[in-house]
Structures are given as structure tokens and as C-alpha cells.
Write a protein that binds this ligand. Structure first.
Ligand code: ACM
Length: 690
């Protein structure tokens, strides 16, 4: 045997020995940059002492103690200095390699040492140590090891939309904890939109007294009369400045920056309803709207409007220490600006060549105001179109092209593309999934997201990081917000923090050991990635989630608008083509056919696209559910009148009919014949029995 071969064999034997002592590297999410496991363990007991001198180390000690106790661990004593064994020590090290937010964690059987060049690094060392100390079956034994770890990107973000539906302060505080335990560090907070203004502004109280309240769409909410007013009950609310301060302070202690978003000049209907002088139209909207989609309402560009939003930004900057302030800029359709003589005259005065450039002017003016106050503008990638200040941070959402263009133009950018990082897409297709966009965005999809696509692989200096966005049109409760976020945010953390090396089975192994901690912390995560889904038998009711959509244009899992109290049905429907296929139904002998149907408000602002939706004309006043053979152009086998369902805001089971006998199995096409789009008729379930 040659020397080289002997060394090779020795290395194999050592690796095998290491593997036997520790079958798997420790389960840490996000995966650390470097881990070396050694023989032996440190025993964490009630006698273990936490040691840290100075503010940063003291904060890390406190954080670790709190995490440990929240996971059922012992409450440990804290000493400023302590010599001897059984100690977990946190210490700043100025000269340590690794850069901002990095840390080193050294565990021997005698002691644990966490070092870092900054407070954030010490905090992340504490997070990793918490994961090690609370691993299932660890029993307080932490494997001896050396970890050297640092983030791949400085911006590791989640966006929470509190405008469409708002979340409780308590939920937001807990979400920040959960983010920090995954080393996520930016909470982008979408605070204003057409359907609600959620941030208290002292100078403009109507933004919240008026702009924070709407009546939800649909006949269910119309029938829900508030006895105090005799009118339909309003949905809404807002965050007081005291609550915002509490959230920002809580986040800062966990090294999470809260980046506020005030979305301008589109997505501004609520502000315009509160202060009509901000709008373009002679008769601006007078109630906060409840449709989803893109409203045409824009802000005007009068001096008074800039002054108004400068005053708003004064209070925003007072509340949020974040260097970055997001001014939105997305989906500002220019029709109102184009057709307003007042806006056109203003454009001539300002020597702005067109409406796109006018948005550039709008953004640049408020961006300059932020810069003059030591802050920096961010906006969605539309801001690139109108000529944007060079210091603007670009949030790429229309795919990744915005990030590529932004970086090429010298802007810093964050990748938060639709749909790859849009958490309003459901995580799977089981009927138990809550409402959302239908197309599944699975845990593995988020894990496999490439944060440096195309030319960004070479041009990564401008990529600040990644962010997943939870839009909440279809996310009505805190529990659903948690469900839609977790565990996909753990995959996001891995993309944002860990060095690029993809091994999904290993990620799943590590994540699975984290799940008991999720349950302890009360994170109502989706188990869709882990549970096998069982399709119903052929003669059982088929939920709309089990039927096939005739198309994949704008598939939604929509919640019913009724009943007001209690569980509501969720209907999977392509709103551009409400049509379902029940595949391979045995029609031998003429089976019975039952269907349960619902009606939901058609509350979607689709602009001209609404003309692309074609509905069949009904034969009866109330409309019918039509069942066709083989395809949607096939022979009509049955037409079930909707009359019994007309007065019911919730789900109605229609009288069962018998389908004519045909030999063998056939696809059935299910479509409603109805007069108008609103309400939209939808399938809850159908059942065919011999
Ligand atoms: C966006 O999704 N409109 C940023």
C-alpha cells in the first residue's frame, strides 16, 4: 500500500469514526457556515452560569436565558464574571475575523464560549446555542464543537401586510421573536394601502379615524348589522404610536429592524378617502374600499400633497429608527393622471415629460426629503421606470428582473419576487390549507430559491439580500398569518443566511427537529410539507381543492363571506375562468350527482382584464350549475338550478340529480351559468355515487 493510499484509508477510518460518534451534524437552522464536531459534551444544568460583561454580552445572556426558559429549559443564574467549569460565556472580540453579525461558538465538556465582533453576532451565537441546547433528545447535552458562522446577506427580511388585514400587537411581537430565532433581521411593515391606513399620525387623525375602517365585501358582511350604528359592521383598526414604539423597541432588542412602508402614489385610496384633497378626481372615493387588486386612485402632485406626506414622514421617522423607509411606488396605474387637466397642467409647469416621469418626480421629491433627514428611500421595482435617485434601494417583486436592472444601474436591491417568495401562495393543495393564492409555493420551492440569478452571480455587491412577502388579502387571522409564514420562513432564513449549498433532505432533517420547538413557542406552522395527502375515494365528496381547474390564470382559494361567526368554506376557483373538471367519473348505470355551492363577492379590481371573463347566460332567473360531458364544450348532462341557494350567503347543498348513463369513465366539466359576475358562484364539493 502506498503512503498516499494509507493516508487516504486513515482519513476514511477517521471520518467513519466521527460519523459513528455523531451520526448527523447538529440540527441548526439556518445551517452555519462551518461546524466541527468533537468528542464529548457540555452538560447544561440548573447550576450552569451565564457570564457576560458589558452591554452587548449582557443582552446576549438575557436573550439566551429567555429563549431557554421559553422552551422549558432551566432558569440560569447570570454573573458578570465567573471562573471555572459549567460556564456559558459571551464576549465581544474586536479583532475576530468574520465581519458584521458573525460569531464563533466553542463548546468543550468544561465550558461554552460565544465570541463576536458585535452585539448582533453575540445574539446569533445565543440563537445557535439555544437550538443546540433544546434539541429533542439532547437532554441538555450540547455536543462539543467549534462553529464559525456569518450571514450570506445583510437583509434577511419578511414583509407583513397589516393593511388588508391587521394583526394583533401581540402576534407581531411574537413574530419578531420567531424571526430572530431564525436569524431573520428585517421586518418590512406594509402599513398603508387602498383598504386601510394602519399607522396613527398625530397631525392627520382622519388617516386612522376614517382611513382605517371599511365594510368588508359581500352580502354576508352587508347583513351583519352593528346594533350601535344600525349599519353594516366595519372591519379595521390601526396601530397607535405607543404600540409602534413597543414593537420597534422589542425588535431592536432582537436585532430586527422594522422598515415601515407608506405606499405612494398608488394604493392610496384609504388616505384619499380620509383627506379628499390628496386625490385626483373631482369626486374622489368617499368610503374605504374592500376590493382586492389594483385601484385606479392616485395621489395628486400639488405642493400641499408633498407637504402632507413630508409631515407624515416626520412622524414615521420619529417612530422608526430604520435608515431605510419604503415609499412603495408599485402598481400606480396612470389613467387618472393622464385624464386630469389639473395634473396635465402641473406636469407642464414642472416640465415633466410624461406620467411615468411624474411618478419619478414624486418619488424623487420625497426621497430627497428622506435624504435631507439622514434616511434612505426604498421602493418596489416600478420606481426604476420614472428616473429614480441613485441612492434608492429597489425591492424587486415583478420577478427578479427588477433586481438585475437595479444592480446594473448601480442601485442596491433586495429580491422579493412574486411568486417565488410570495407567502400568500398556499404551501400545498390539501383542502386543509387556509385561503390564499392557489398555486402552491412549497417549502422546497422557497429552499431552492436562487438569490443570485443570472448576471447577479457576478454583480452581487448590489444584492442586499432577500425578503419573503406575506400579503394578507386572503389572510384574515393571526393564526393564518403564522401558518402561511412557517415553516417557509425557515427556508428563507437558510437562503438568506447560509452559504450556498443545497441539500434539501438535510434541511428537512434539521427542520424536523426544530418543529417541537415551534409547537412549544406556539408557532401554528403548516405541516403540508411533511404530511402525505390522501385523495378522497371516487364516490366520496370531492372538495374544490381536489377538482382540476379548467385553467390556471388567477387561481385563488377564497374564503366564503359567511357565516360571520364560525367556520367558513374555502373555495378553490380561477376567478378569470370559474370552471372545474371532475376527472374520470364512472357514468355506467347513470350515477347520482350532488353539489354544494357557495356565492362569494366578486371584489377584485382587475381593470380592463375584467372583460376577459366570460360567463354563460343562464336559462333561469337565478342561474344554474351545468354539468357537461368530457369537456366544457360537451353535451350538457345536467343543469342544477341555483334557486335554492340564492338567499343563503353560506354554502347550500343543491338537490341531488341523476346523470344519464354513459359507458365507462368521463371527465365532467362544471360551470355556472349566471347573469353577472357578482356574486361569483363557486363549487364547495361535488359527489357522484352509483
Ligand atoms: C406588490 O406585490 N405589489 C409589491
Amino acid at each position: 500500500m502506498s503512503a498516499a493510499a494509507r493516508i487516504g484509508l486513515l482519513a476514511t477510518v477517521l471520518a467513519a469514526a466521527g460519523a459513528a460518534a455523531s451520526p448527523n451534524p447538529p440540527a441548526i437552522v439556518p445551517r452555519p457556515a462551518q461546524v466541527q464536531v468533537h468528542p464529548g459534551q457540555f452538560s447544561l444544568t440548573a447550576d450552569t452560569v451565564l457570564v457576560g460583561t458589558g452591554e452587548a454580552a449582557g443582552q446576549a445572556v438575557t436573550a439566551f436565558g429567555v429563549f431557554l426558559a421559553a422552551s422549558g429549559g432551566p432558569t440560569l443564574a447570570h454573573a458578570p464574571a465567573h471562573s471555572g467549569a459549567g460556564v456559558i460565556r459571551f464576549a465581544l472580540r474586536d479583532a475576530q475575523p468574520g465581519g458584521a453579525e458573525s460569531y464563533r461558538l466553542s463548546v468543550t465538556p468544561q465550558r461554552v464560549l460565544v465570541t463576536a465582533p458585535d452585539a448582533a453576532g453575540l445574539f446569533y451565537g445565543a440563537v445557535t446555542l439555544w437550538q443546540l441546547a433544546t434539541a429533542p433528545e439532547a437532554g441538555g447535552k450540547i455536543p462539543a464543537l467549534e462553529i464559525a458562522d456569518a450571514p450570506r446577506f445583510p437583509w434577511r427580511g419578511l414583509m407583513l401586510d397589516s393593511a388588508r388585514h391587521l394583526q394583533s400587537v401581540d402576534f407581531i411581537l411574537r413574530s419578531i421573536d420567531w424571526m430572530a430565532l431564525h436569524k431573520l433581521n428585517v421586518l418590512s411593515w406594509h402599513l398603508t394601502d387602498d383598504q386601510g391606513w394602519r399607522l396613527e399620525i398625530r397631525r392627520y387623525p382622519r388617516l386612522t379615524s376614517v382611513g382605517a375602517w371599511r365594510v368588508e365585501a359581500g352580502s354576508g358582511p352587508q347583513h351583519d348589522i352593528d346594533p350601535a350604528t344600525g349599519a353594516p359592521r366595519r372591519y379595521g383598526g390601526f396601530y397607535t404610536q405607543a404600540e409602534v414604539r413597543r414593537i420597534v423597541t422589542h425588535a431592536a432588542a432582537r436585532h430586527v429592524t422594522v422598515v415601515p412602508e407608506i405606499d405612494l402614489p398608488g394604493h392610496s385610496s384609504a388616505a384619499i378617502v380620509a383627506y379628499p384633497e390628496l386625490g385626483v378626481l373631482e369626486h374622489p372615493p368617499t368610503v374605504v374600499p374592500a376590493d382586492w387588486g389594483i385601484y385606479p386612485n392616485l395621489l395628486n402632485v400639488e405642493e400641499g400633497t408633498f407637504e402632507f406626506f413630508e409631515h407624515v414622514l416626520d412622524e414615521v421617522m420619529e417612530l422608526f429608527p430604520s435608515h431605510i423607509i419604503n415609499l412603495g411606488g408599485d402598481e400606480a396605474v396612470k389613467d387618472q393622471w393622464r385624464s386630469s387637466p389639473r395634473i396635465q397642467a402641473r406636469m407642464r409647469d414642472l416640465q415633466v415629460k410624461d406620467e411615468v416621469a411624474l411618478q419619478g418626480y414624486f418619488t424623487a421629491r420625497l426621497g430627497a426629503y428622506l435624504r435631507a433627514h439622514g434616511r434612505q428611500l426604498a421602493g418596489w421595482d416600478e420606481i426604476l421606470e420614472g428616473g429614480v435617485p441613485p441612492d434608492a434601494l429597489v425591492m424587486s417583486w415583478r420577478g427578479v428582473q427588477g433586481a438585475i436592472s437595479a444592480a446594473a444601474a448601480g442601485h442596491d436591491t433586495v429580491l422579493s419576487p412574486d411568486p417565488a417568495l410570495y407567502l400568500d401562495n398556499r404551501q400545498g393543495d390539501s383542502p386543509g390549507e387556509p385561503p390564499g393564492r392557489q398555486r402552491p409555493l412549497r417549502l422546497a420551492d422557497v429552499y431552492h430559491f436562487d438569490p443570485l440569478p443570472g448576471p447577479l452571480a457576478q454583480d452581487r455587491a448590489h444584492v442586499r439580500g432577500v425578503q419573503a412577502n406575506l400579503w394578507t388579502e386572503h389572510v384574515r387571522t393571526d393564526a393564518r398569518a403564522a401558518y402561511m409564514t412557517w415553516p417557509r420562513a425557515a427556508a428563507l432564513a437558510e437562503v438568506a443566511w447560509s452559504p450556498p449549498a443545497q441539500d434539501y433532505p438535510d434541511f428537512e432533517r434539521r427542520l424536523t427537529t426544530l418543529l417541537p420547538r415551534y409547537r412549544q413557542l406556539g408557532i401554528a406552522y403548516s405541516a403540508d410539507a411533511f404530511d402525505a395527502q390522501h385523495a378522497p375515494a371516487a364516490d366520496e365528496p370531492q372538495d374544490s381543492a381536489h377538482l382540476k381547474s379548467c385553467s390556471a390564470e388567477l387561481g385563488l382559494a377564497l374564503e366564503d363571506d359567511a357565516p360571520i361567526v364560525g367556520p367558513r368554506a374555502v373555495f378553490v376557483v380561477d376567478i378569470m375562468n370559474p370552471c372545474w373538471i371532475f376527472p374520470a367519473v364512472d357514468l355506467t348505470g347513470g350515477p347520482s350527482f350532488s353539489a354544494a355551492v357557495g356565492q362569494v363577492p366578486f371584489n377584485f379590481q382587475l381593470g380592463a382584464d375584467i372583460d376577459k371573463i366570460h360567463l354563460e347566460a343562464p336559462a333561469t332567473a337565478g342561474g344554474e350549475l351545468k354539468v357537461r360531458l368530457d369537456s366544457c364544450e360537451g353535451e350538457t348532462l345536467a343543469a342544477l338550478p341555483l334557486a335554492p341557494a340564492l338567499a343563503n350567503d353560506a354554502v347550500t347543498t343543491l338537490p341531488t340529480v341523476r346523470l344519464p348513463a354513459r359507458a365507462g369513465r368521463h371527465d365532467l366539466c362544471l360551470r355556472f351559468a349566471q347573469r353577472g359576475l357578482d356574486p361569483l358562484w363557486v363549487i364547495d364539493w361535488v359527489q357522484v355515487r352509483p
